[in-house]
Design a protein around this ligand. Structure first.
Ligand code: URA
Length: 280
């Protein structure tokens, strides 16, 4: 490792530098210097060992890697883990049971790097359910979806159509924070999908707002990107055969980066308001 500064301020500055660069998570027990010169390979013995022994004798396989091993449950084949998730999610009869089952579920490796499960926020009996992508740092720390800057913008957008979190229910397609806020992998999404599907089924909202491309594509099976699908009504079908009107819209994090697009978000929220009023 590079030499660490010894005084407190310099250490803090180094830590801040890493956090700013997105390195805000320790995934291993021991630090690794990825910039270190590779050690020279040990000299090879003259006569090669027979094939089956060679594999056993190789330094890589002989010495167990000090790096983090995935917890056993998270290391299963993705299909098996996804069917385990489906089976467990189906068993939940209430939202509380679903949260308890999900909190104990060890099939998604994200659970082991996240601080908290960010299951939901708001009112599960609300007429509207909003589903985003995955928790970020604030959500991970607090254990609820949409707590940071995206959440604040979302609250302001809801307020423009007369709603707040006491009237809507908020969740994500993946309930654990991906390290460094990376996009969840298709595998992670597939493993978590039965849980969000059951959560939607139990909440049984009148309207489902999919925040951003990943939520729209994975919940509604859409292939097109969000800029093509936003603002159009689709049907979300629950496993128990209910049909819910679903509206893809732009993710608030995208709107923070592209403020000119807020007018499109505004149009979508107005469409939701009209739909709510028409059904009252
Ligand atoms: N972005 C999301 O998609 N979900 C959150 O909870 C926070 C940010």
């Amino acid at each position: 490792m590079q030499d660490l500064p010894s005084d407190r301020d310099a250490l803090k500055a180094l830590l801040d530098f890493h956090v700013e660069a997105g390195v805000d998570l320790a995934l291993d027990e021991v630090p690794h210097n990825r910039f270190a010169e590779p050690k020279p390979e040990p000299a090879r013995v003259a006569s090669p060992a027979p094939q089956n022994q060679a594999a056993r004798a190789s330094p890589a396989s002989a010495a167990p890697s000090p790096s983090r091993a995935l917890p056993k449950a998270a290391a299963g084949a993705p299909d098996e883990v996804a069917s385990l998730a489906r089976e467990q999610a189906r068993h939940a009869r209430t939202m509380e049971e679903l949260e308890t089952i999900l909190a104990a579920f060890e099939g998604c490796a994200l659970k082991f790097s996240a601080k908290n499960l960010a299951f939901a926020d708001g009112n599960p009996e609300g007429r509207v359910m909003l589903v985003g992508e995955a928790p970020g740092a604030d959500e991970d720390r607090i254990g609820k979806p949409f707590m940071g800057r995206s959440g604040q913008l979302l609250d302001r957008m809801l307020a423009t159509i007369g709603l707040d979190r006491s009237q809507v229910y908020v969740a994500n397609i993946v309930p654990w924070r991906p390290p460094g806020n990376r996009t969840p992998t298709p595998q992670e999404i597939a493993i978590c999908k039965p849980f969000i599907a059951r959560q939607i089924e139990l909440a049984s909202p009148e309207f489902l707002l999919c925040l951003g491309g990943p939520a729209a594509q994975n919940l509604l099976g859409l292939k097109d990107g969000i800029l093509r699908t936003r603002g159009r009504w689709f049907t979300y079908k629950t496993e128990d055969g209910r049909e819910i009107r679903a509206l893809p819209t732009l993710h608030p994090a995208y709107l923070l980066r592209q403020p000119l697009q807020k007018r499109l978000g505004w149009r979508d929220f107005m469409a939701l308001r009209r739909a709510l009023d028409a059904k009252e």
